[in-house]
Design a protein around this ligand. Sequence first.
Ligand SMILES: Cc1cc2nc3c(=O)[nH]c(=O)nc-3n(C[C@H](O)[C@H](O)[C@H](O)COP(=O)(O)O)c2cc1C
Length: 225
Amino acid sequence: MDIIETINKRRSIRSFKPDPVPQDVLRKIVEAALRSPSASNSQPWEIAVAGGTKLAAIKQACLENAKNKPCLDVPIPWKYPEPWSSRQAAVMAGILEKLGIAREDKQKRFEFGLEAHRLWGAPSCIYIMIERSFYLADGTTNVWNLFDCGLITQNILLLATSYGLGSIPAIQTVFYPDIIRKILDIPDSKLIILGIPIGYIDSGNSVNQLQTSREKLEKVARFYE
Ligand SMILES: Cc1cc2nc3c(=O)[nH]c(=O)nc-3n(C[C@H](O)[C@H](O)[C@H](O)COP(=O)(O)O)c2cc1C
């Protein structure tokens, strides 16, 4: 698959088959993604790949904790201003439409929300972490760590696509980082930035057919000659 085809084919998957992904495929994806660029080649990322009983324990504990407020290591604003808020609303509307859930059906929306804690059924999850002392080094917040994590994340997503797998970068998977740290025996010094559930795509679920929109090239880019 060439790179443009891979970029166009990738989309966020919100229903996975339970079939496990072979360990060697997960290793190849993470190893290739380590070629991602980073500021001064600092390679701030650390990766934890969870599956099997460990991931089952994380899913269970997160589900049990689901009524509690999220406690992200790197906070996100819960209210977006415009125009970003409309884009966020459009994604949610698209997901609900594919699932046949009415906007006002709070119970069904709540139930689908819980799917995030089940990682939408994914058999594996790749967690991206950084070291707290580097993130807060030299009296600043080193946002470039997060920038670099974005680069490796996108490469993992594209590699997953090229291996015929589905994936989704998801903040919802790291709502309770203490649970993940405890079960995977990760020290408190590591911030867990993002989880990427990964697995085979459940093509029978129409939620996976969602094709999100993008702003037109002319709206977001200018070309100067
Ligand atoms: C940093 C990041 C965090 C995200 N977190 C979530 C999430 O918690 N739950 C979710 O359903 N989608 C999440 N997404 C997926 C986005 O909704 C998705 O990328 C966007 O709507 C574009 O759709 P596409 O990935 O199918 O192209 C996240 C994406 C990124 C890049």
